[in-house]
Design a protein around this ligand. Structure first.
Ligand code: KG4
Ligand code: ZN
Length: 393
């Protein structure tokens, strides 16, 4: 099953072609990502209107490049997948409408993919991780612990009460004058800083639920920085190191709690899985490895390039849905908000109708095969590892 994926929800214009074999294994045939960092850098963050225009300008060429690198033409595709949300709505519209045009012209099924679901299923693209697993989704807009029980079957166990974890990294970077994008810069600075110099709070530590909060930590960091301003290079490095350590310790505590809740509700998880841009952070990856070995659970962390936004994950999520006979109408609406636990519900359409049938019929369900043979609610199957296996941490 060959699927073209398109990603335009934020500041990456991306297209990829992924093949899903009948036994559930995957091959990434191409994975092209164009970052818009240069366009947004002067503004210290992503400007939605600039992002949407940049997607319009770049997307056709990025798709053509992805198809050429894969060595396939549109006629050979089994489906066209685009991230239909959540995200910056201008960009989402650009990607989804382009996918609709390709699907219509080449008479292929359209799959409107939830961007968070694509992050959630990446561990199956890279490592063939069987259901159910405990997901730590850590991105610029989301911080969640999710029980991933099957394609389209997600139960949120914990979430942030305020800022997302990536947002906390980005705001810290901005406050310390490190620019955009912030996460990587904070990590670089932290590597040469003293994490014990500043005492910062560990929000939510020890609570019974599995929720997060980062706004207090951000404020505490700002107050420490103001006390010692003007900041030297070493001050900045020490603040970054202290901040990163506080985040890491909070994440470990919250995930330990999340794993406990997972076991109480669903039994043993097949793995602890990390996804989203913040999972590219090496300190967090190291901490997760420790936690997983103490907690005796397998750990799957995709390579950094598949943790940050990319289209291979969109193509893969599209292929997983297609293998279950799931595809979408050509008047499916783009969505700025689209919580992961609502993925199973029907999408609204532009016409506001409950379900205009797809212009191109979905393939029959049951081609899932291998690790996908199971539908939501059925027991987990055993799986063999995937050909595109990631190097774990
Ligand atoms: O998943 P992603 O690429 O886009 C969203 O869907 O949000 O995540 C982007 C977020 C940004 O907040 C970025 O600062 C953060 O991931 N990030 C990092 C690192 N690399 C990216 N945060 C901490 N350390 C990193 N190395
Ligand atoms: Zn993302």
């Amino acid at each position: 099953m060959l699927v073209l994926g398109i990603e335009t929800t934020c500041d990456e214009t991306a297209a990829a072609v992924v093949e899903r074999h009948d036994d559930g294994r995957a091959t990434i045939l191409s994975n092209v990502v164009l970052s818009q960092i240069a366009e947004h850098a002067a503004f210290g963050g992503v400007v939605p209107e600039i992002a949407a225009r940049a997607h319009v300008e770049a997307l056709d060429l990025i798709i053509a490049t992805a198809m050429a690198e894969a060595g396939r033409d549109f006629g050979t595709l089994d489906g066209v997948a685009a991230a239909a949300g959540p995200g910056l709505i201008g960009g989402v519209i650009v990607g989804l409408i382009t996918a609709k045009a390709i699907a219509l012209v080449h008479e292929k099924p359209l799959i409107a993919v939830n961007h968070l679901e694509a992050h959630a299923l990446t561990a199956r693209l890279t490592d063939g991780t069987p259901f159910p697993y405990c997901l730590f989704l850590a991105s610029g807009g989301h911080t969640q612990i999710v029980a991933v029980r099957g394609v389209g079957d997600y139960v949120r166990l914990g979430t942030t009460r305020d800022d997302a974890i990536g947002e906390a990294f980005d705001k810290t970077a901005k406050l310390l004058g490190l620019g955009y994008p912030g996460g990587q810069r904070v990590e670089q600075e932290a590597a040469r800083g003293d994490p014990s110099r500043f005492t910062l709070p560990r929000p939510m530590l020890g609570r019974q639920d599995a929720d997060f909060s980062f706004s207090g930590l951000k404020t505490a960091l700002r107050l420490e920085a103001e006390k010692i301003a003007p900041l030297t290079d070493q001050d900045v490095a020490d603040l970054c190191a202290s901040f990163q350590l506080a985040v890491v310790e909070t994440v470990v505590d919250r995930l330990r709690r999340g794993l406990k809740i997972f076991r109480q509700r669903f039994g043993a998880p097949a793995a602890l899985v990390a996804a989203g841009g913040v999972a590219a952070n090496q300190a967090i990856r190291d901490a997760l490895l420790n936690l997983a070995s103490q907690d005796q659970v397998a750990l799957v962390v995709p390579p950094p390039s598949l943790c940050t936004d990319n289209a291979a994950m969109i193509a893969w999520a599209g292929a997983e849905r297609l293998a279950h006979g799931l595809c979408d109408a050509l008047d499916t609406s783009p969505r700025a908000r689209w919580p992961l636990d609502q993925v199973g519900k029907p999408l609204p359409t532009d016409a506001g109708t409950a379900g205009v049938s797809p212009a191109i019929a979905c393939p029959p369900a049951g081609r899932a095969g291998g690790r996908d043979a199971r539908g939501p609610g059925e027991p987990a199957d055993s799986v063999s590892p995937n050909t595109a296996r990631s190097v774990v941490v």
